[in-house]
Design a protein around this ligand. Structure first.
Ligand code: ADP
Length: 313
């Protein structure tokens, strides 16, 4: 009988010890997870990590020491990235200022030379030089715009404005080129539509689409701009009756500096669509194309109807 009592008490004691050990382990795991969470919060919010002066010789001690080193490296890299970004911003600003005057001067000198030149051969050369200067100017301006958008030195500034005004500016800028090519331009946009958008950059995005429509459509063709208010987005669509784009190239055309091989003789550097898509994305929207080879294209920019978007640059 006494033997049974001793065995029972022993078993109860072992069970209690086991339960206590389990409770301790659970407690330590909770404590570990809690400290880890606080630590990670500090890293993420870039706050100073305190209370770790003495590295304990425990699992937490080892993990926290490694985490501290990771946090330090991360902070250093972040500072480096910010410094580099600042340097790029300054470089772009310098390039933009320093190149403006010489290019403007070259254009003036070319104009003077052309008006004074009597030889046809000279005039031909001067016209070529003028074209090359325009190209250089366009290239520089496009690069500057691209870098400004990417480094965030030019912020997207959204405001509640009438979309028809933004489109009107883009259309007015393309009319001379369209007329020169005898292209018919039409616009279908409800004048009441107001949209929280950046008018200047949106005009740039739409202008790029119109410029392409003019460039890649044969004389006598049609270009149509249509605006449709959808549930979440407002769709701005630029349709043309131009050369169209093969299905397998439709993703590539939005990448930086991509140009289809057959258009290399036409002016352009391959960043118009990239910029258009980027401008849409920075406003919380997106851009896409529907097209078939030989059957024209329909480029669409979607901008959100709600103003709740915060741009990511
Ligand atoms: P760029 O016009 O300077 O070449 P883009 O980035 O604007 O650069 O366009 C990339 C390429 O997509 C063009 O080279 C052209 O091949 C094709 N593309 C763009 N828009 C059209 C269009 N409306 N119709 C046919 N092809 C187009």
């Amino acid at each position: 009988m006494a033997g049974w009592i001793i065995i029972t008490i022993g078993a109860v004691l072992i069970a209690a010890l086991f339960a206590w050990k389990l409770w301790r382990l659970q407690h330590e795991v909770y404590l570990f997870a809690d400290r880890l969470e606080q630590f990670l919060d500090c890293i993420l919010s870039e706050k100073e990590i305190t209370g770790l002066e003495e590295i304990e010789d425990t699992l937490w001690g080892k993990v926290s020491e490694k985490l501290q080193r990771v946090a330090h490296v991360w902070k250093q890299k972040n500072t480096e990235v910010l410094r580099e970004k600042q340097q790029i911003k300054e470089l772009i600003s310098d390039i933009s200022h320093q190149t403006k005057t010489p290019i403007a001067n070259i254009k003036v000198y070319l104009e003077i030379l052309q008006s004074e030149s009597e030889s046809a051969r000279e005039r031909e050369f001067l016209t070529n030089m003028e074209r090359q200067t325009e190209k250089l100017d366009f290239l520089l301006q496009s690069m500057i715009k691209m870098s400004r958008l990417e480094t965030g030195s030019m912020q997207i500034q959204q405001q509640n404005a009438r979309l028809v005004d933004t489109l009107g500016h883009a259309v007015a800028a393309i009319v001379p080129k369209a007329e020169k090519k005898r292209l018919r331009l039409s616009v279908d946009c409800d004048t009441q539509i107001r949209l929280f958008h950046d008018p200047k950059w949106t005009e740039e995005a739409v202008f790029n689409l119109l410029d392409n429509a003019v460039k890649y459509t044969e004389p006598g063709g049609d270009i149509h701009i249509a605006v449709t208010r959808q549930e979440m987005f407002t769709k701005i669509s630029v349709q043309d009756t131009g050369k169209g784009i093969a299905q397998e190239r439709q993703a590539e055309i939005f990448t930086r500096f991509y140009r289809e091989p057959e258009v290399h003789d036409l002016e352009g550097i391959g960043i118009g669509l990239y910029l258009t898509r980027r401008i849409a994305e920075l406003q919380g929207g997106y851009a896409e194309v529907r097209s078939a080879l030989g059957q024209g294209s329909d480029f669409r920019v979607y901008l959100p109807n709600e103003s709740s978007h915060y741009c990511d640059n």
